[in-house]
Design a protein around this ligand. Structure first.
Ligand SMILES: Nc1ncnc2c1ncn2[C@@H]1O[C@H](COP(=O)(O)OP(=O)(O)OP(=O)(O)O)[C@@H](O)[C@H]1O
Ligand SMILES: [Mg+2]
Length: 218
């Protein structure tokens, strides 16, 4: 099996909390993997350990067979974790161009395409501080896909989207899977999980309490 992510015995301890307790998981390439669990179960911490935003207290994470190094810009990974920080006074397209420039790949036409993909008007001069929650969320997804990464880590990406937005994003994620991308999707929405995910892992108190491996969608 071709695993893009391997989480090996990962424990993450904060002063008073064990957020992850010896978690081992593999995620196969080219699929949509759901991560579920109640508030505080460890979903976001797991995603942060996978992208290098957090260093595990013990254990390791391999992405494409390579150990994830903390705080290093990850090539080939698109991330939306919590609300992405945008510059409120600038337009959506300017924000995307800044973010693209930060990672060394600057190309306005690519930023415009990412905006169109998520259903935002790339020509709009509206500053991001005047965006609705759903528009912000769409811009966050545009930011995650702008570099055409093989792996997307999406933490509650449907937050704030209306029904149409949720449908659009489901179609987008399914299309990205068709293109061979891998998506990790942390969500509270049973419907998103059932409609989109090929595998599901459930966390509780930092441990895996259920793992559904069967092909839910195909
Ligand atoms: N930076 C931090 N410092 C201290 N404790 C933290 C930190 N980040 C997370 N935790 C703790 O780790 C545990 C897991 O948190 P996490 O954010 O991963 O939960 P979650 O499953 O994403 O929850 P939610 O569904 O609310 O998003 C919680 O008890 C949380 O308080
Ligand atoms: Mg979370």
């Amino acid at each position: 099996m071709d695993n893009i992510i391997e989480v090996k015995n990962v424990t993450k301890v904060f002063r008073e909390t064990k957020a992850l307790d010896c978690v081992s998981l593999q995620f196969e390439r080219g699929k949509i993997h759901g991560v579920i669990g109640r508030n505080g179960s460890g979903k976001t911490v797991l995603l942060k350990c996978i992208c290098g935003f957090m260093t595990p207290t013990s254990g390791e994470v391999l992405v494409n067979g390579k150990k994830v190094k903390p705080a290093k810009a990850q090539d080939n990974m698109g991330i939306i974790i919590e609300t992405p920080g945008f510059i409120g006074g600038k337009s959506g397209i300017k924000n995307l161009c800044y973010l693209a420039a930060l990672s060394g790949k600057y190309d306005k036409s690519i930023a415009e395409r990412a905006m169109r993909t998520v259903g935002l008007d790339s020509q709009s001069k509206k500053p991001v501080r005047k965006y609705s929650l759903g528009m912000r969320q769409r811009l966050g997804i545009a930011q995650a896909i702008i570099k055409d990464p093989d792996l997307l880590l999406l933490d509650e990406p449907m937050n704030g989207l209306d029904n149409r937005g949720v449908e659009d994003m489901r179609a987008l994620f399914a299309e990205l899977r068709e293109q061979g991308k891998t998506i990790l999707l942390a969500s509270h929405s049973n419907e998103d999980i059932h409609m989109l995910c090929d595998t599901v892992v459930e966390l509780d108190n930092g441990t895996i309490i259920a793992r559904i491996e069967e092909e839910i969608n195909r």
